[in-house]
Design a protein around this ligand. Structure first.
Ligand code: PMP
Length: 362
C-alpha cells in the first residue's frame, strides 16, 4: 500500500441491484413500481421544459419549499415537520450522520436493508446487529438494551415482514433517550404507518420514499417526518453538506405524485392484488415464504437452490435479487411486477422445476 493510501477513508460500498442495459428483460430485482408515475408528473415535466427551461441557469430553492409543502399537506403536518432528500437513501444517510453520534452502538436487525452497516462504517458509528428469529421476525426485546439509536424498516427488507404498530410503539417508548428511525420505504403496500406516533414521541423519525408506491425511483425523492426539532437538526447537517440537494425539475414535478390520490390508490391496489395471487401460485410450485406486506416476496424452494434458480432466471432475462449473505443465501427476493410479467415468471419457474424433476429421475 502506498503511503498516501493509508489515510484514505476506505469503505466497502453498498451494492445496488443490477440495471440491465438490454431491453425486453423482466426486471423484478430492485422493487421498482411496474406502473408509470401519476400522469400529472408528465404534465409538470412538459410544462417545465416549455416554460421554465431558462430557470435552469439559477440554483433551485434550497428549502425545496414546494415539495415540502405538498408532502406536509398530504400527511396533515406542518412544513417544519418534513425533510426531503435525494431518495430515502440520502435522507437516511443524513439521518445517520445527524442522529447517530454516540459511543454506544446503534441497533438494527441482522437481516435488513444492507445500506445500514455501510453508512455506519462510513461515518464510524458503532453498531450491533440484532438477530431476527427463525421466522425472520424482529425480536422486540433485543431493542431494550443500552444503545446509541435504533433503525429498522417496516415492513423489513428483504423479508417483507410487517411489525405491528403496538410493538413499534413499545420500542420507541423503551428508547426515549435515543432517536428511533422507522424506514417505511414499503409501508404503502399494506402496512400501517407509525407516523401518528410522531405527535406522541419526539424521538421518532419516519422515513418514506417516492421510489416504490409512487413510481418515481428514477427521480430520487425521499422524505423524513418527525417533530420540528429533529427536522431542524437534519437540515443543519444537510446545509453543512450540500444546500441544493433537490433540483428544479424534481421540485417542479414530484409534488404531482402526491396530488393524484386516485391514481396512487389504483396502482397500490393492483400491486397488492398481484402479490396475493403470486403468493398462491408460488406456493403451488413448492416455494415457501413468510407473509410479505411489501412489493416483493422473499422466497425459498423446498428442493432447489436459490442461486441455481436465480441464474436460470437471469439466463432467460428475468432478473430477481439474490443475496449471498449468511442466513439468506438460499432465498430470492422477487419484486411484484405487472400481472403479465408475473405470469411469465411463474410459467418459467413451472417449466424449470419440471425439467429439474425430470433430470433428477434420469
Ligand atoms: N429503505 C429500504 C428498506 C429500501 O429497500 C430502499 C430501496 N433500495 C431504500 C430505503 C431506498 O430507496 P430510495 O433511495 O429509492 O428512496
Amino acid at each position: 500500500m502506498r503511503a498516501w493510501e493509508e489515510n484514505i477513508r476506505k469503505v466497502i460500498p453498498y451494492v445496488p441491484g443490477e440495471q440491465p442495459k438490454q431491453k425486453n428483460v423482466i426486471k423484478l430485482n430492485t422493487n421498482e413500481n411496474p406502473y408509470p408515475p401519476a400522469p400529472g408528473v408528465r404534465r409538470a415535466l412538459l410544462r417545465f421544459s416549455d416554460f421554465s427551461y431558462d430557470n435552469l441557469r439559477k440554483y433551485p430553492d434550497p428549502t425545496a419549499d414546494a415539495l415540502v409543502e405538498s408532502i406536509a399537506g398530504y400527511y396533515h403536518l406542518e412544513k417544519d415537520q418534513v425533510f426531503v432528500g435525494v431518495g430515502s437513501d440520502d435522507v437516511l444517510a443524513m439521518a445517520f450522520l445527524t442522529f447517530f453520534n454516540s459511543s454506544k452502538p446503534i441497533l438494527f436487525p441482522d437481516i435488513t436493508y444492507s445500506f445500514y452497516d455501510v453508512w455506519a462504517d462510513l461515518f464510524h458509528i458503532p453498531y450491533e446487529r440484532q438477530p431476527l428469529d427463525e421466522k425472520f421476525r424482529i425480536v422486540k426485546s433485543d431493542y431494550e438494551k443500552k444503545n446509541g439509536g435504533i433503525i429498522f424498516p417496516n415492513p423489513n427488507a428483504p423479508t417483507g415482514i410487517l411489525m405491528e404498530l403496538d410493538e413499534i410503539e413499545e420500542i420507541v417508548k423503551q428508547n426515549q433517550d435515543v432517536i428511533v428511525i422507522v424506514d417505511e420505504a414499503y409501508i404503502d403496500f399494506g402496512g400501517i404507518s407509525a407516523l401518528p406516533l410522531i405527535e406522541k414521541y419526539d424521538n421518532l423519525l419516519i422515513v418514506q420514499t417516492f421510489s416504490k408506491s409512487r413510481s418515481l425511483a428514477g427521480m430520487r425523492v425521499g422524505y423524513a417526518m418527525g417533530n420540528k426539532t429533529l427536522i431542524q437538526y437534519l437540515n443543519d447537517v444537510k446545509y453543512s453538506f450540500n444546500s441544493y440537494t433537490m433540483n428544479q425539475i424534481v421540485l417542479a414535478a414530484a409534488s404531482e405524485a402526491v396530488k393524484d390520490e386516485a391514481y396512487f390508490q389504483g396502482t397500490r391496489k393492483k400491486i397488492i392484488e398481484t402479490r396475493e395471487r403470486v403468493k398462491k401460485e408460488l406456493k403451488k410450485l413448492g416455494f415457501s415464504f413468510e407473509d410479505s406486506m411489501a412489493n416483493f416476496l422473499f422466497v425459498t424452494h423446498e428442493k432447489y437452490w436459490a442461486r441455481d434458480i436465480f441464474e436460470a432466471l437471469k439466463r432467460s432475462h428475468i432478473y430477481v435479487r439474490y443475496f449471498n449473505h449468511p442466513r439468506i443465501d438460499n432465498h430470492l427476493r422477487i419484486s411484484i411486477g405487472t400481472d403479465e410479467e408475473m405470469d411469465r415468471l411463474i410459467a418459467f419457474l413451472r417449466e424449470y422445476l419440471e425439467e429439474r424433476k425430470e433430470q433428477g429421475k434420469a
